[in-house]
Design a binder for this molecule. Structure first.
Ligand code: NAD
Length: 297
């Protein structure tokens, strides 16, 4: 550490609350060290009403950039000088790039989702997707897939306040990406889901499947699982959700969990900060060594 941090070292930051559990500092600091870049990445517990001060600090300390997590993503978007197309449609940012005081906000969750599918040989262009959910992760997935040329997206959400958000996303996409047909349904049974599941890709982007909901899946009618239906989950804790396990056991040829999305959304931010490809293989090997205890973590 005393050799890494020098008088010239540039700071980058994660803001949000809580941030203590975040894997981002380890991932970015590993990558900076790997590439010999003179940056250090720290996490700061910042509440929504402190976002303006944090962004002023970003400019004052000439930080190259940073990441934003809940509950600061929407407020940060409101305070950007510029927004990427996806960040503008969603109204949220998770990545900020600072070009001489001009802050541009991006949202890389959807980019990470699409890249994770590509890593498994699946393209979204021209495809029909069914997406369960309308919260932060689901909206990012829906908007990015539409921007990347998906033919149709059907959104299902439970009858809760997020259902209105699904309708609002559909309205925005109608104007922003008219080539993508977006439909919204309330998830109040399996019948409509079965009808719409003639799709190419089915995605769970809800909290269901994540601890403590890990014993649950929103797809209970297993006749929905066809061998050529790609089934993806954004949930990465546990690594294999009930949905992914049941789809795999029912014979779906491609079942894709959420940990890759997490890695690739970070890699997309790293590319925006540095112009370089994040050393994802090396970082995953390092993580594995840490889990095995070899790095004395
Ligand atoms: P959110 O709070 O914004 O949205 C919650 C969603 O879950 C809504 O659609 C809501 O309707 C649905 N939901 C909640 N309880 C439900 C229930 N009982 N039945 C049916 N639906 C229910 O949450 P979020 O930030 O979008 O996170 C959702 C999941 O995505 C989490 O597991 C999170 O860890 C994961 N995530 C993964 C990545 C990644 O990189 N892999 C990135 C972001 C979020």
């Amino acid at each position: 550490m005393e050799q890494r941090i020098k008088g010239t070292t540039g700071l980058m930051m994660l803001i949000g609350s809580p941030v203590g559990h975040s894997g981002s500092p380890a991932m970015y600091n590993f990558s900076f060290q790997h590439h010999g870049l003179d940056y250090a990445y720290m996490a700061f517990d910042i509440k929504e009403e402190q976002v303006a001060d944090a962004l002023a600090a970003m400019r004052l300390f000439k930080m190259r950039g940073g990441n934003v997590t809940m509950p600061c993503k929407n407020e940060a978007a409101r305070q950007m000088d510029e927004l990427s197309p996806a960040a503008r449609i969603i109204g949220a940012v998770n990545t900020i790039v600072n070009e001489d005081g001009k802050l541009t906000g991006h949202i890389t969750d959807g980019i990470g989702f699409v890249r994770n599918l590509q890593e498994h040989g699946v393209e979204v262009k021209g495809k029909k997707l069914v997406v369960l959910g309308a919260g932060g992760a689901a909206t990012a997935v829906q908007v990015q897939c539409a921007l990347e040329g998906a033919k149709a997206i059907t959104i299902f959400n439970a009858d809760d306040p997020f259902l209105d958000r699904a309708r609002s996303t559909a309205e925005k996409l109608k104007t922003e990406v008219p080539g993508c047909e977006v439909k919204v349904f309330c998830l109040d049974g399996q019948e409509k889901l079965r009808e719409e599941a003639d799709a190419d890709i089915l995605v769970n982007a809800t909290l269901i499947g994540m601890k403590p909901h890990d014993g649950q899946s929103l797809v209970t009618d297993k006749s929905i699982f066809r061998p050529d239906l790609v089934v993806a989950d954004v949930v990465y804790n546990p690594m294999e959700t009930k949905l992914i396990k049941e789809a795999r056991e029912a014979g779906c040829a491609k079942t894709i969990g959420g940990s890759g999305m997490l890695l690739w959304q970070g890699a997309a931010a790293y590319k925006l900060f540095t112009g370089l490809d994040m050393p994802t293989d090396e970082y995953q090997e390092y993580q594995k060594r840490c889990e095995d205890g070899a790095d004395g973590k």
